[in-house]
Write a protein of this length. Structure first.
Length: 129
């Protein structure tokens, strides 16, 4: 029983990592679409947001099942609740990337960012190193 419980916790953690990669990729691609006026890239970001939303639903369902069936306490309870909050925040990041992509698509064929601002704004979609 405990082995299955820990496997479910691991599955939630792996899903969070995958979701984070999807959101980071969406933000990077949305920024590129915005700066380069790439409508096809913007459309791919908008379409891919459904995957991020589905991951959040999956994580929430896994978490609710774990809470209901295993009744975690102390550290495990904090991990499950934090995972649910993290999935919500990461999903919001995906929504923001979708919004940036929509702005890029709205301004097409012109770029939404003036050339004078394009240099510094190229760092917007990258994660800090």
């Amino acid at each position: 029983m405990r082995k299955a419980y820990h496997e479910e916790l691991d599955r939630i953690a792996e899903s969070l990592v995958e979701m984070t990669h999807l959101a980071a990729s969406a933000m990077s691609r949305a920024t590129t679409a915005l700066l380069d006026a790439d409508v096809h890239l913007a459309d791919s970001v908008i379409t891919a947001d459904a995957d991020i939303d589905a991951r959040r639903e999956q994580i929430d369902l896994l978490s609710f099942d774990l809470l209901a069936l295993q009744q975690p306490v102390a550290t495990d309870l904090r991990v499950v609740v934090t995972s649910m909050r993290m999935s919500s925040d990461i999903e919001r990041m995906g929504d923001l990337a979708r919004h940036v992509a929509k702005v890029a698509r709205l301004r097409y064929p012109a770029s939404a960012v003036p050339r004078s601002c394009a240099g510094p704004s190229g760092r917007w979609g990258r994660s800090p190193s």
